[in-house]
Design a binder for this molecule. Structure first.
Ligand code: ACM
Length: 647
């Protein structure tokens, strides 16, 4: 029997998948078996699938013929004349993938048959098994870890406050009664009310009960002090300080209600709290998978509950373009959807039917406003010049018509980079970034700049004409030229350019008015800091939340950057390798949620929560106040996107 996830109706066809790990001189084998569960024979058909693992262009296919491959979309047909009779099956094997499958979510996640009449018929896709895996159950749930008795002070707050000196316990059945009077405190109280209504609509956290008074106190932005007594006094110098103090009180109250034997709402003492880093980020890739505005709003609220203050919104990719651009309506109309027969094929688990969506400007402006109320700046990213397959498919004028050879991105997309030598490219880029900056008023605009293939544009006459002295490998100088242009535009608009670490290559994005996100290793971050860049640390091996929790086949997620348990992510030291004199260049840390494996939202749950909170704690809590045991016990109270973690 073929087991499926999230499928109810039985499709006429079922696909069984098996991965055989390479052993000795035996290469890995990816085996597909298509079962005909219907009553009709199937002749003259093809089978297409998508999912993170890619078939290598050089792979050997037995008992099938390759028809088309674009990144992880693959279409094959059986040998000439083959008929798949009812209650029979067709098996074919592939030796050679772009990387070995390491987890069940690396395999095909959707498939369809195209019959002789050209009709697409859906296929139930089984969970891929691996001959190397012992157990046989995909891991999907979030497991509460840690021991509540480790909460020595009875205060389950994440991120952990810097200083906690408290005593006593109140009746936690009570609610917070917010006595805000000053305009700043009133604003914070209003936004906190919106936040708890969004996250915990049934919990009545605000109401009659414990009086919370607000007082002004000079001090750093985002810092706050809470004094516990008959009444509670929350002091801060800013709206964000008040908001974060309220978040702390809300967390204390929730934990005291849910685990009164271990957690308390104190009657004496104080909490003093101030963030360690100014940049406490979370990145979300909304291109590989589409997230609704509701999901984005809830995600924003979750960031606030973690005292994260930067939402890096990754809006464009090879796989999709996700925001409305008035000057180029086709970007969203064409580039936001994947499906059989569309400009973009099904990818990463989307099927034959059109899949996707884009965000209207008004929706994005509303998201920015919501985030601002929660002390979060939305940092938009349009990833250029690489990762632009969707844009180029939507707007073919972005191609050099004379480019007569192919280069492939690391993810297997052909000729996916915007070409600065094409006359209309720079005007196009100026326009899309001008519109982007109208929507996103914040200080930072992220331009991507990652993973341009080393041989990009090598066969483009227009690229050669643009940079006649570039030499054999034109990719880096042309990318740097492109980025210098864009960096100037962003600076002229009074903003700061963000880029992935490759932005520095060839002197594209210079250190003035910029920051770079180091993603390959702490060594890269340390080196960029030494070169004078402001650096946000997001090393893939610990902070990429699409990486699996362990090497186990049944863990969802990827492993190309490594695997990271919650504890490993928590304990990871982003300063590792930084010279003392360069530490101040690290402006903060960031979780990156790449969406390749997230076609099932339960996968998202398991991968993101509570590792997101572990990174939030590293961003906020001074290293000396961090405690793994305390965090492990407290993290169960944190909200998640698709259901609470609470034990
Ligand atoms: C990246 O992971 N390509 C930034």
């Amino acid at each position: 029997m073929v087991e499926t996830i999230g499928m109810t109706a039985q499709a006429p066809f079922a696909l069984e998948l098996e991965w055989t790990v390479a052993a000795g001189d035996q290469p890995c084998i990816y085996r597909f078996t298509l079962h005909n569960r219907g009553t009709e024979p199937l002749a003259n058909f093809s089978l297409a699938w998508s999912g993170p693992g890619r078939i290598d262009p050089k792979s050997a296919i037995e008992n099938a013929v390759l028809l088309r491959r674009v990144s992880n979309f693959t279409e094959v047909m059986p040998p000439q004349g083959f008929v798949l009779e009812p209650n029979t099956s067709w098996t074919f094997t592939i030796r050679g993938t772009s990387y070995p499958l390491r987890h069940w979510t690396d395999a095909a996640r959707s498939a369809y048959v195209t019959n002789a009449a050209g009709k697409h018929v859906s296929v139930d896709v089984g969970i891929c098994r691996s001959t190397g895996a012992t157990d046989d159950t995909p891991k999907l749930d979030i497991e509460a870890i840690g021991d509540l008795s480790d909460l020595s002070d009875g205060i389950a707050v994440v991120p952990r406050p810097g200083t906690v000196h408290v005593n006593g316990a109140r009746n936690a059945a009570s609610s917070l009664s917010l006595r805000a009077k000053s305009p700043v405190a009133l604003k914070a109280a209003t936004h906190f009310e919106t936040l708890v209504t969004q996250l915990f609509p049934d919990e009545s956290l605000i109401g009659d009960g414990i009086d919370i008074n607000f007082a002004h106190r000079d001090g750093a932005q985002e810092s706050y002090t809470i004094a516990f007594g008959d009444q509670v006094t929350l002091s801060a110098s800013s709206e964000s300080g008040y908001l974060y103090g309220l978040v702390t009180l809300g967390q204390i109250l929730r934990a005291a209600r849910q685990a009164p034997e271990h957690c308390r709402f104190p009657t004496e003492g104080y909490i003093h709290d101030t963030p360690h880093h100014t940049w406490r980020g979370a990145h979300l890739d909304v291109a590989r998978q589409y997230y609704t505005m509701d999901e984005l709003r809830r995600f924003t609220a979750i960031l606030a509950w973690n005292k994260l203050n930067r939402f890096h919104l990754h809006l464009t990719e090879d796989e999709a373009w996700r925001y409305e651009v008035e000057a180029y309506p086709d970007l969203a109309r064409v580039g936001a959807f994947r499906g059989a027969g569309l400009a973009l094929p099904p990818l990463l688990g989307s099927g034959a039917a059109s899949y996707g969506g884009f965000y209207a400007k008004a929706d994005l402006r509303a998201l920015v406003a919501l985030a601002e109320n929660y002390n979060i700046v939305v940092v938009p990213e349009v990833d250029v010049p690489g990762h632009s397959y969707a844009a180029i498919m939507a707007l073919p004028f972005l191609r050099d018509p004379g480019e007569n050879a192919e280069y492939q991105s690391i993810q297997g997309f052909p000729n996916n980079c915007l070409n600065a030598g094409v006359p209309k490219t720079l005007q196009f880029v100026e326009t899309i970034f001008a519109e982007l900056m109208e929507i996103f008023p914040g200080p930072w605009i992220h331009v991507g700049a990652d993973e341009v293939p080393e041989d990009a544009w090598h066969a483009s006459p227009l690229a050669r004409q643009h940079l006649p002295n570039a030499g054999e490998t034109i990719a880096q100088p042309l990318q740097a030229d492109f980025l210098r242009h864009l960096h100037r535009q962003i600076q002229a608009a009074g903003r700061t350019t963000g880029a992935w670490e490759e932005g520095a290559h060839g002197g594209g994005v210079t250190p003035e008015k910029s920051y770079l996100v180091a993603w390959r290793s702490t060594a890269v971050g340390a080196e960029l800091a030494a070169q004078g860049y402001d650096v946000v640390m997001s090393p893939g091996q610990a902070y990429y939340l699409d990486m699996a929790l362990s090497p186990d086949w049944w863990e969802p997620g990827a492993s190309w950057a490594g695997t990271s348990s919650l504890e490993n992510t928590y304990r990871f030291d982003p300063y590792h390798g930084f010279a003392p004199e360069h530490r101040a260049r690290m402006i903060g840390v960031q979780a990156c949620i790449w969406s390749e494996p997230m076609s099932d939202r339960r996968v998202f749950q398991r991968l993101v929560f509570p590792r997101l909170s572990a990174i939030a704690e590293t961003g906020w809590t001074p290293p000396s106040a961090k405690s793994w045991k305390h965090f492990a016990a407290s993290s169960r109270f944190m909200p998640s996107l698709y259901g609470d973690l609470c034990a």
